[in-house]
Design a protein around this ligand. Structure first.
Ligand SMILES: C[S@@+](CC[C@H](N)C(=O)[O-])C[C@H]1O[C@@H](n2cnc3c(N)ncnc32)[C@H](O)[C@@H]1O
Length: 303
């Protein structure tokens, strides 16, 4: 059990400690829970944006995002894209910068602080067409078949052991293509495999996809990668969805996957009869954030 408060962990993070492996040790497990992932990544908030001050890092990020956009455009001209586990939107920004301007862009992440950094940074860079919210890969707050292209970039990574429920959720939300840029365990060297196992990283994404009868059309190492111990692999899954979702409201209640109604300060789920807060402009759409408010719609006025 973790004996340390988030404040103590923040001090340790600022001293350079790896919080995720520390918390795994407390749990005596080689798997990361969502709580471990949220805490350790939230403490890192702002670090991906600061890293771009380094010219070589900024160049790598631009190449990475451009290469992802190229993969997307080779498949379709998407009306909408979603990065699941968007972090500070440093990848998403490069991806959408290489897609047609009218493409609607969405991102969600476990960590509110990372999204808050992302929102400020995107505003500073005059990028206003990105919609961000908090959410979990296990209960994605988007409607079924709502997004043309859903992609991940190293966000399934720390959820090793939970590949199947996460892929199922990602596939549910996808309308046309699901693209995974994740650790290529099966294609990696022995040293990389040992490193990935130690960190509790995901594996077997293709095997799990095929077990679910998903159509995997590509699986290979991605040419743009930085860490030889964590090589990125690209996996493309094609989905032929039969039903069309409405274009206008893509957000969904994470408890029921049903539509949400927008009010000034909250999103209301008429199905689950609960509200989700909007903090500093970021809708908080994790099921744990729900406040039961059975009469909210009767007592409040929609804008
Ligand atoms: C390695 S970072 C990558 C961030 C971003 N995709 C990028 O390319 O810069 C992994 C991100 O995935 C998020 N993440 C991991 N597990 C998640 C989960 N179960 N639900 C939602 N987000 C998750 C983390 O909070 C973190 O921001």
């Amino acid at each position: 059990m973790n004996q340390l408060s988030p404040k103590q962990l923040k001090n340790l993070y600022q001293q350079g400690k790896n919080i995720m492996s520390l918390l795994r040790k407390f749990e005596e497990s080689n798997q990361n829970t969502e709580e471990i992932i949220e805490l350790s990544y939230d403490l890192q908030a702002g670090s991906y944006i600061s890293a771009l001050d380094d010219e070589s890092m900024a160049k790598h990020k631009a190449e990475y995002g451009t290469a992802i956009a190229k993969e997307i455009l080779a498949l379709c001209n998407p009306k909408s894209v979603l990065e699941a586990g968007v972090g500070e939107a440093t990848t998403l920004r490069e991806v959408i910068g290489n897609l047609p301007e009218k493409t609607k862009a969405y991102g969600f992440d476990l960590c509110w602080s990372r999204l808050a950094h992302a929102k400020l940074w995107l505003n500073r860079n005059s990028i206003s067409n990105v919609n961000l919210c908090t959410g979990s890969l296990f209960k994605i707050p988007f409607r079924t078949n709502s997004i043309d292209v859903v992609y991940t970039s190293h966000s399934i990574e720390p959820n090793g052991g939970y590949e199947q429920p996460i892929l199922q959720e990602l596939y549910r939300v996808t309308k046309k293509y699901l693209i995974l840029l994740e650790p290529g365990y099966e294609l990696a060297s022995q040293d990389a495999k040992i490193w990935m196992k130690y960190h509790g990283y995901c594996k077997n994404l293709v095997k799990v996809s095929r077990e679910q009868n998903y159509l995997v059309t590509k699986h290979e190492l991605f040419p743009v990668t930085t860490n030889p111990l964590n090589p990125t692999a690209i996996t493309i899954i094609e989905k032929k969805s039969s039903s069309e979702s409405t274009e206008c409201s893509v957000l969904a209640c994470p408890k029921t996957s049903s539509p949400l109604w927008q009010y000034d300060e909250v999103l209301f789920s008429p199905e689950a009869l609960c509200v989700y807060p909007i903090i500093s402009g970021i809708p908080c759409l994790r099921s744990e954030n729900a406040i039961i408010a059975s009469y909210y719609s009767e007592l409040s006025q929609r804008p």
